[in-house]
Design a protein around this ligand. Sequence first.
Ligand code: AMP
Ligand code: MG
Length: 350
Amino acid sequence: METKIIKIDKKQINKSMIQEAGDILKRGGLVAFPTETVYGLGADALSEEAAAKIYAAKGRPSDNPLIVHITNMGDLEKVAEKIPAEAVKVAGKYWPGPLTMIFHKKDIVPYGTTGGLDTVAVRMPSHEIAREVIDAGGGFIAAPSANTSGRPSPTTAQHVKEDMDGRIEMIVDGGPVEIGVESTILDMTVTPPMILRPGAVTEEMLTELIGAVAVDHTLITADSTEAPKAPGMKYRHYAPNAELVIIEGPASKVTEEINRLARARQKEGYKVGIIGTEETVSGYTSGDVKSIGTREDESTIAGRLYAVLREFDDDGVNYIYSESFATGGIGSAIMNRLLKAAGHHVINIQ
Ligand code: AMP
Ligand code: MG
């Protein structure tokens, strides 16, 4: 199949192009489009056959459920049952936005979309192009990240093309995304609600709004022996081809240790990549050194994370050594993704 790539300016959305994308979705086809978090691979969430195509295109395990994207609260009631008052409160503040909530599902949502679960994950994105595509496609669009399963999520249309060219009908290129890591997932079927995946809507923000919020503790600890509660979080994920190792400890010692490790691997004939920050890159003496952003504004790090991992794939490096990041705010999402990309391989030098 030939993948059509269309460019849409989010400040001046071309309606006939949106219509074309919507028609493909309504026919049961696949369209990738930008959201504020990462690029999504869209299909009609209410059609089992359409959802099955997502699993095939991504090579995604069939027990890893999809998130249903909607654009208005009226549609939430069509797919979810027993919506608690707290969820309405959270939606009031953080929807549309980078937050997914889990509810008991209604029969209209096929098990092919929920990975066989009786619950459904729902998100209302804020990205203008995403919203237009969802509405044009019938209002209920399953849209996991538009990458091959296991690879870093796509934050540009070029990333989507690398993974999906020839596998899907259309890619809507709306430029680079804003946030760069996937939505926060909040399970509203348990008391208190539980964060199953950290994202840009943080634990701190949710606690301030609704009080106690639990966090699936398997998410940001180095220990990975216990299975996480979101089925998809158990898989190796977001991972570059190289072996990625995170070095944790006081900043100066981390730089020293990474320099030592890099030199040793280079001596063995390997290509080495280093993930540093604006504050530290000048301290690295060898290897392919990339700044992932500034520690003064961690949203810059979230925005660059997946692109940097993909760049190292393009460069063909064998080992990547990365600094570690603080785990408050968006830092929890960054460390969660980095730990998964590293298969929880951390060296602590405190
Ligand atoms: P992605 O669409 O690639 O961002 O991945 C969606 C994530 O949401 C995966 O980690 C899924 O396991 C999780 N998820 C989707 N639906 C549910 C659900 N009903 N219960 C728990 N986790 C879910
Ligand atoms: Mg994904």
